[in-house]
Design a protein around this ligand. Structure first.
Ligand code: ADP
Ligand code: MG
Length: 347
C-alpha cells in the first residue's frame, strides 16, 4: 500500500513537472515573439508639444523599446503641457490640488517636474533672467496658434509683466519635492526647457534598454546617441527664414545633443514687423536684437535647450561672453544680417 502511494505521488509530480515545462516553454516563446527587433534605421514618431517627435534607432533595438519611447512622450505631455487641462503644469498654473495657506499655494510635484523647475530657476539666476520660466502670463498673450494672431495691447503686456518673477517660486530642498508660489497670476511656461529634459530622459531610457545608436528629434532639439555605427551623424543648421532643409552649415556630431532656437520657427507678421515666439522678459515683446538663431552643442540636452533660448535673448556680444564661461562643446550664432559665428570651430 505504502509503495503504491509513493508511485502515485511520483506520477503526480511528473504530471505537474510536464505542465510547468509546457507553461515555461509557452512563456519563453511568446516572450520571444514580443521582442521583435526593429530593422536598423527604423523610426517611430508622434506629435506632442505641437512638435513632430521622431526616434530612429541604428542598432537592432526591440520594436517594443522604440514604441515605449514614443509612449513616454505622451506621458511627458501630461506633465509639461501648458494647455492640456489634465497636465501637472496646468494644475500648478491654476493653483489646483495642493494646499493654500494665506496667499501661498504649495503642492508636491513629480520627480520630473521637480528636476525641470529646479534647473529652470537655477538658470534664470545664472542667465540674469534671459531665460525666465515664469513668463507664462506674457507668453499667453502672444497667441501664435490662432488663425489671426495680433499684437497684444500695451496695457495687457504691462499687467502680465507684473507677475513674471521666477524667484517667487520656492522649491523645497528637504527631499519632499514641494513647490510653493503666490496665489497671484504668476504662470510657468516650460516650453524652452521641457523638450531638452525629455530628450535626456529618452536617451537614458534607450540606453537602459540596450539601444546606444539612435537619433532622438524633438523639433529643434536633436540628440545623437553613439556614432551611427561608426558612420557618423550630420546635423544641418537651418538657414533662418529659408525653406526647411536649407542649411548654412552641417555639423558632424557624435554622442551629443544639438539644440537650435530661432526667431524664424514660430512667428507672425504685422505691418512688416516679425513677431516671433522668444520673449524678452523686460519688455514683454519678442526679443529684438542682432541674432536670428542660436545653436548649442552639449551632452546635456536640457542645458542646451535652456541656453539656446537664453543666448538668443542676450544678443551676440553677451551670448559669446556667456558661452566662453560655460563648458559647452560649441555655440553657433547666426545674426539677422546672415553672419555666421562659431565657438570651437575645430570641433
Ligand atoms: P522651441 O520651443 O521652438 O524649440 P525654444 O527652445 O527657444 O524654441 O523655446 C521657446 C519657447 O520657450 C517659447 O515657445 C516659450 O514657450 C518659451 N519662452 C519664450 N521666451 C522665453 C524666455 N525668455 N525664457 C524662457 N522661456 C521662454
Ligand atoms: Mg530652448
Amino acid at each position: 500500500m505504502k509503495c503504491l502511494r509513493v508511485r502515485r505521488l511520483n506520477s503526480s509530480i511528473l504530471f505537474i513537472g510536464i505542465i510547468a515545462i509546457a507553461v515555461f516553454v509557452a512563456f519563453v516563446l511568446t516572450g520571444c515573439q514580443k521582442k521583435k527587433l526593429a530593422a536598423p534605421g527604423a523610426t517611430v514618431s508622434g506629435t506632442y508639444f505641437d512638435t513632430l517627435i521622431t526616434i530612429t534607432a541604428y542598432d537592432n533595438t526591440p520594436q517594443d523599446v522604440l514604441d515605449g519611447a514614443i509612449d513616454r512622450c505622451a506621458a511627458y505631455e501630461k506633465i509639461f503641457s501648458k494647455t492640456d487641462e489634465s497636465s501637472e503644469l496646468y494644475a500648478i498654473n491654476h493653483r489646483m490640488g495642493g494646499n493654500v495657506e494665506g496667499n501661498t499655494y504649495s503642492i508636491e510635484v513629480s520627480d520630473d517636474m521637480y528636476e525641470v523647475l529646479s534647473c529652470a530657476v537655477k538658470y534664470a539666476k545664472d542667465t540674469e533672467l534671459a531665460f525666465n520660466p515664469a513668463l507664462g502670463s506674457v507668453i499667453s498673450l502672444w497667441d501664435y496658434h490662432s488663425e489671426h494672431p495680433t499684437v497684444p495691447s500695451q496695457t495687457a503686456i504691462d499687467e502680465a509683466l507684473k507677475v513674471t518673477d521666477p524667484f517667487v517660486i520656492e522649491i523645497s530642498e528637504d527631499g519632499s519635492h514641494t513647490i510653493s508660489m503666490p496665489m497671484d497670476g504668476t504662470q510657468l511656461d516650460l516650453g524652452g526647457i521641457a523638450k531638452g529634459y525629455i530628450a535626456d530622459e529618452l536617451k537614458k531610457y534607450l540606453v537602459k534598454n540596450g539601444c546606444s545608436e539612435a537619433v532622438i528629434m524633438l523639433g529643434g532639439n536633436v540628440y545623437c546617441m553613439g556614432n551611427k555605427n561608426n558612420q557618423g551623424y550630420s546635423v544641418g543648421i537651418q538657414k533662418p527664414f529659408e525653406s526647411i532643409g536649407t542649411y548654412v552649415h552641417v555639423l558632424s556630431v557624435k554622442d551629443d545633443s544639438v539644440v537650435t532656437s530661432g526667431i524664424y520657427e514660430r512667428y507672425f507678421e504685422e505691418n512688416g514687423h516679425i513677431y516671433h515666439h522668444i520673449i524678452d522678459g523686460t519688455t514683454g515683446y519678442p526679443v529684438d536684437n542682432d541674432l536670428a538663431s542660436v545653436t548649442v552643442v552639449c551632452s546635456n540636452s536640457m542645458k542646451a535647450d535652456i541656453l539656446s533660448t537664453a543666448l538668443l535673448c542676450m544678443g551676440s556680444e553677451k551670448a559669446l561672453e556667456y558661452a566662453r564661461r560655460e563648458s559647452l562643446v560649441k555655440v553657433i550664432l547666426i545674426t539677422r544680417d546672415g553672419e555666421f559665428i562659431e565657438t570651437n570651430p575645430e570641433r
